[in-house]
Design a protein around this ligand. Structure first.
Ligand code: 4AD
Ligand code: MG
Length: 467
């Protein structure tokens, strides 16, 4: 007999009946009676299971007993038309091999506790659930779509370093990188830590953003994007913050703030459309299980232009809302950074569409943002989304050498450590812009999950680096 090749379940479910097939996967459920067992098998290629029909006369009782939820199987049989499985085909089993048993008493995934909170405590096993299968496939589709979008536009994927000497932009506290013996730290004459003895000869940390190096790339090859891990040691235990997250940072020479906003809008719409076009089975599952408004909300952002509004106008809107009786936990006045409750009010209540906030007070934004002629605001932009708040942060960059240096001095930052960055403004400076999309924030939007810990396989948050 010629050997049969394994077919993935996604492909099997799309095939016509009448052929012999080989399927492999993990048992989701087993039910049935004395004569026949129905086994739902899943191999991760799709949210859908294939039903295996096992006539008990053909198999050892011992074998049937070993087929439990979580066990892995190899099944050979005939693909036949199905009447009751919810799929149009099922497999009439002829040979079943248990590849790996799964003790039902000890298996961490039990029917009785499937809350997302519980699943976080078994993150090594939660990937086997339907929910995390769906999230992982959507995450993969979004990563692919990001590369596709930028490659079709001729952007160069630039790999920026994860270990850095600079504190990029003061975007948050950094994780220090060192090989020094923490019990015996070398000190200099003044009693300070002597970093010249450390691995890199300087104090180094994990990066909070690839942007500054991204600007070096953009002012060389025109348009680049980065896509990599980013680290922030902020002690914020919120459903929207991770200590290790992934960011996509495009940076474009010759783009002003309007070009930047247009690209950001086109980009996120492309990704949402891609998810709708390519992940519908998983979206339907998540829509039904966690978030009834998911698919509708995704479709909702596609048809309409995002609302552009200045920070100053937004403050007026929020102040008026407060005067009308809307309650916020945090105060709002010109000069404060918005909290996510304010962002969500603007998006969900006031405009009822995604918002692009521009022209922020310079004191709440990073040193590199282009200064407006008014002397008090900068050309930053934040894209705000329903249910999430800020999903993108970016700006046009200050291209003027003098203005940039003055701002660095004003903020008491060290020019010396930034000489390499300032060189872009010394030699052939050009107007340029860029932004950063938080990959997991995007995933919150396209999966409907409510907690950012549930859209990354192995979340890193304060006091939690297990698995
Ligand atoms: O607004 P941020 O801090 O901007 C930058 O880092 C710029 N260098 C980007 C640029 O212009 N190239 O961060 C960008 C995005 C945020 O809008 C948010 O979506 C996400 O990164 N983000 C986080 N996501 C998860 N956990 C955190 N702790 C995050 N901090 C920021
Ligand atoms: Mg930001």
């Amino acid at each position: 007999m010629e050997s049969l090749k394994r077919t993935k379940i996604k492909a099997l479910l799309a095939m016509e009946p009448g052929v012999e097939v080989l399927a492999k996967g993990w048992v989701r459920t087993k039910r049935g009676n004395k004569q026949v067992k129905f086994i739902a098998l899943n191999d991760g290629s799709t949210i859908n299971n294939i039903q295996i029909v096992a006539n008990t006369e053909l198999f050892d009782e011992e074998l049937i007993k070993r087929i439990t939820t979580g066990a892995s199987l190899s099944v050979k049989g005939d693909l036949v038309e199905s009447v009751g499985s919810g799929q149009h085909v099922e497999i009439q089993a002829k040979e079943i091999e248990v590849l790996g048993e799964c003790d039902p008493m000890r298996f961490p995934l039990q029917k009785k506790d499937t809350t997302l909170e519980f699943l976080r405590s078994v993150a090594h096993m939660r990937l086997r659930t339907n929910t995390f299968g769906a999230v992982l496939r959507i995450r993969n589709a979004m990563a692919f779509a990001i590369h596709k979008f930028f490659n079709e536009k001729g952007f160069v994927y630039l790999h920026t370093p994860l270990i850095t000497e600079s504190d990029a932009e003061g975007a948050g506290d950094m994780f220090q990188v060192t090989t020094m013996d923490l019990k015996n730290i070398p000190l200099d004459k003044k009693g300070d830590v002597d970093f010249s003895k450390d691995f890199f000869g300087k104090k180094t940390s994990l990066t909070v953003s690839g942007q500054l190096e991204g600007e070096l790339g953009a002012t060389a090859v025109g348009e680049i994007y980065t896509f990599g891990p980013t680290f922030r040691a902020e002690n914020s235990n919120t459903p929207r913050h991770l200590a290790e997250f992934w960011m996509i940072e495009p940076e474009m020479a010759f783009y002003d703030i309007n070009d930047n906003m247009a690209l950001a809008e086109e980009f996120v719409k492309y990704l949402v459309q891609y998810a709708l076009d390519n992940c519908m089975d998983d979206l339907k599952f998540l829509n039904q299980k966690y978030d009834e408004g998911l698919i509708e909300r995704m479709q909702g952002v596609l048809g309409i232009p995002f609302q552009k509004v200045t920070y100053t106008e937004a403050v007026e809107i929020l102040e008026k809302a407060i005067a009308d009786g809307v309650k916020f936990e945090y105060p709002v006045h010109w000069g404060t950074d918005f909290q996510s409750e304010h962002e969500r009010y603007l998006v969900e209540k006031h405009f009822q569409k995604p918002v692009i906030l521009i022209d922020f007070p310079k004191d709440i934004k990073a040193f590199y943002m282009k200064q407006n002629p008014d002397g008090r605001t900068v050309r930053g932009m934040d894209v705000l989304f329903p249910k999430i708040g800020e999903i993108i942060g970016g700006s046009e960059r200050e291209a003027d050498l003098q203005k940039l240096e003055t701002r660095i001095d004003e903020l008491g930052m060290s020019r010396k450590n930034l000489e390499w960055y300032i060189d872009t403004r010394r030699y052939g400076s050009v107007p340029h812009s860029g932004f950063g999309l938080g990959f997991e924030r995007l995933l919150l939007f396209v999966t409907g999950m409510a907690n950012i810990r549930d859209v990354i396989p192995f979340p890193r948050t304060p006091k939690n680096a297990e698995f």
